[in-house]
Design a binder for this molecule. Structure first.
Ligand code: CA
Length: 225
């Protein structure tokens, strides 16, 4: 597995790099955000660990450029600012998860594992509703014949909802299914993923209905309310 670490604090970068390399992962380190989009076009990285506070363009702008070029590589953002707005801004900008500094290296390793975990290949295994289809073996989502880009976390939420079509799913259940190793991932984050998925699956004739006080229900847009 190959990771790209974007961090301008040399001491933190070195300890982080060593912790990741001790897992047998290859780590490339850069102190700036500018070269990141180009690096992702050139090399097949499995994950980007991206500091928000960088010299030059910051982590938010780096992330924006990465997503703007269509890259769906998972991105874990690091923020020194313990502000909910920053985390939400990062998630809305296409990040898959975040860590607030200072963090334990063991926690970083655990999160990297979850974000890069490949769905077990189950041949011929697919989930679908309307014109939406999740190919679980290839780990791809389609609307009709058209591929749909989803992040690792969006994939997990969509898979959870799609495997429970017609049932109301509590936010807490989704949270536990994708993050039982992570107590700090908030229900706000789930709302962000659901909101992004809503927009993405609308062209497939699907909607995620909010059932107030209970959770979410995935259904076809023509279903009776
Ligand atoms: Ca920094």
């Amino acid at each position: 597995m190959r990771l790209l670490l974007v961090e301008d604090d040399p001491a933190l970068a070195n300890s982080t790099k060593r912790a990741l390399e001790s897992q047998g992962w290859a780590v490339d380190w850069t102190t700036r955000g500018e070269p990141v989009p180009q690096s992702l076009r050139q090399d097949p990285y499995d994950l980007v660990i991206l500091d928000i506070g960088l010299a030059g363009i910051d982590g938010f702008e780096t992330l924006r450029r990465v997503r703007a070029q269509g890259s769906s590589t998972p991105v874990l953002i690091l923020t020194a600012r313990d502000a909910v707005e920053d985390r939400v801004r990062g998630l809305e900008g296409g990040a898959d998860d975040y860590l607030v500094k200072p963090f334990a290296l063991a926690e970083l390793v655990a999160r990297v594992r979850v974000l890069t975990r490949r769905v077990q290949a189950r041949s011929g295994d697919a989930l679908g509703l309307g014109s939406l289809r999740m190919d679980l073996a290839a780990r791809r989502v389609f609307i009709g014949e058209r591929p749909l880009e989803v992040s690792a976390r969006e994939w997990s939420v969509l898979e959870f909802l799609l495997s429970r079509v017609g049932k109301v799913v509590a936010k807490e259940q989704i949270l536990q299914s994708i993050a039982n190793w992570d107590e700090s991932l908030s229900e706000n984050a789930i709302e962000v993923y659901v909101s992004r998925l809503r927009a993405k699956i609308e062209p497939a004739g699907l909607r995620i209905r909010t059932v107030r006080g209970f959770g979410y229900l995935l259904e076809t847009a023509d279903a009776a309310p």
